[in-house]
Design a binder for this molecule. Structure first.
Ligand SMILES: C[S@@+](CC[C@H](N)C(=O)[O-])C[C@H]1O[C@@H](n2cnc3c(N)ncnc32)[C@H](O)[C@@H]1O
Length: 424
């Protein structure tokens, strides 16, 4: 009964509309090109108007408007674009998109959605899809994704052929989530933790991104969840923040297990500790899940490109080199290694990176003491395969990889979740 009350409180609540000014992440609204492309991607990958009586008039109009927008963009990019820009034509395309040779950008990608699949998922706070990627390999179909940063959306589109929807705090975004799906993925951001410890229940956590996850779980009740966050989430505010999260998951009917895992143990030359929460609706399913993994040796050699293959602008200035020389005078230097200067000015020289974080730390990472890591190396440090496309600037890749996850770590967890979901 008490549970029911809390759930009602969510439904009745007003949703705050937050834009993160501190991080500078941009919000792209409902009518943006990205949103139109999100509508179109979801339709091309998952929907069909033909014989689909459940597509409402509004959905139809939204899809036709998105196709028109898409055609207009194509026309502005290609002067020889032969297609008609009328609403009638857009509506014909909507009825049978496969007949027109227009949508290869949505399908001709390294990690396409499987045509048929046993299980479906949604990818929240999707970033560049590091959590989704291993599930793609296992044949899971993504039926909704959300990521509000325009550049991360570009990377995601180039690799999965799907433009994520924007701000998940908005009802206009959440309305695109299909009622039924099997698995919810979320590496939710942690900016709001500072206020979470004092919070006790559902109502209190409003305004945090975990509230968005909880709301979606309450409304859609997927069988399984996979949440990822920084290790500090477990200790923040003497553990109170994490306790709140676990309690709310329990109230929502999820049986969970959690563990702090380190990318270094999954074959990556990178120390990166993250808390992983796995949950199932049924106790017997979670009982079958364990965080037992065999440690894999890491190799920096496999990550590094040859110096003459990387952009010359990545090489450190004479001034930095001289400073590093001084800082490492009495240290044993071995190769290959990643040099990392901490805030106190001490340099550690290790065969792995001990900081691949967005922003500051990157400035202090030097490959073999000479140069900054390239975009491909940063992706490899997170375990992204080499056919993962780079579609944005190096600066954006730095930010995106810093925000992303160790793909091999998620891969091992994904295999275990898949094994359990296949038992049904
Ligand atoms: C920790 S990162 C997750 C990265 C992701 N797991 C990956 O593999 O790249 C959190 C992401 O949430 C996005 N984000 C933050 N607030 C959001 C919101 N209100 N709606 C949609 N995305 C949001 C950020 O732009 C960021 O990319």
């Amino acid at each position: 009964m008490a549970k029911q009350k809390q759930i009602e409180a969510i439904r009745l609540s007003d949703f705050p509309e937050e834009i993160d000014e501190k991080t500078g992440l941009k919000f792209y609204g409902e009518t943006s090109y990205e949103n139109q492309m999100a509508v179109l991607s979801q339709y091309l990958h998952n929907g069909s108007l033909e014989g689909n009586d459940t597509a409402t008039k509004n959905q139809r109009e939204e899809i036709i408007a998105a196709i028109l927008e898409f055609l207009e963009r194509k026309k502005s990019q290609h002067s020889d674009f032969e297609y008609d820009l009328s609403e009638d034509f857009a509506s014909m395309v909507a009825e049978n998109p496969g007949q027109y040779n227009l949508f290869e950008d949505f399908f001709n990608v390294p990690f396409p959605n499987p045509q048929r699949s046993k299980h479906t998922l949604i990818d929240l706070f999707a970033g560049i899809g590091g959590i989704r990627l291993p599930f793609n390999e296992l044949g899971y179909k993504c039926v909704f994704s959300s990521e509000w940063d325009k550049f991360a959306q570009q990377t995601y589109f180039a690799n999965f052929g799907e433009m994520p929807f924007g701000d998940i705090t908005k009802e206009s975004t959440k309305k695109h989530i299909p009622q039924h799906f099997d698995l919810l993925l979320a590496g939710f951001p942690c900016q709001a933790f500072s206020i979470m410890g004092k919070m006790k229940g559902f109502d209190d956590i409003r305004g945090t991104m975990f509230f968005e996850v909880a709301t979606i779980l309450e409304r859609h009740r997927p069988q399984a969840i996979l949440l990822e966050n920084v290790k500090q989430l477990t200790t923040h505010d003497h553990g109170r923040t994490f306790k709140t999260i676990l309690r709310i998951l329990d109230e929502l009917g999820y049986h969970v297990k959690w563990q702090v895992l380190n990318a270094l143990d999954f074959g990556l030359p990178q120390k990166r500790e993250r808390v992983i929460i796995v949950g199932f609706q049924s106790q017997s399913q979670i009982d079958k899940f364990s965080f037992d993994f065999t440690k894999k040796p890491h190799s920096l050699e496999k990550v590094l490109e040859k110096d003459d293959e990387v952009d010359p602008s990545l090489f450190a200035s004479e001034m930095i080199l001289a400073k590093r020389k001084k800082q490492t005078e009495n240290k044993r230097v071995f190769y290959p290694s990643i040099w990392h200067e901490n805030k106190a000015g001490n340099v550690s020289i290790l065969d792995y990176a001990c900081a691949l974080r967005t922003g500051a730390s990157y400035n202090y990472l030097l490959v073999n003491g000479k140069r900054r890591p390239s975009s491909r190396e940063l992706l490899r440090l997170q375990g992204f395969p080499d056919n993962y496309k780079i579609a944005v600037s190096h600066g954006e890749i730095r930010r995106q990889t810093g925000n992303s996850v160790a793909v091999p770590m998620i891969r091992e967890i994904a295999q275990k979740i898949d094994y359990i979901l296949n038992m049904n």
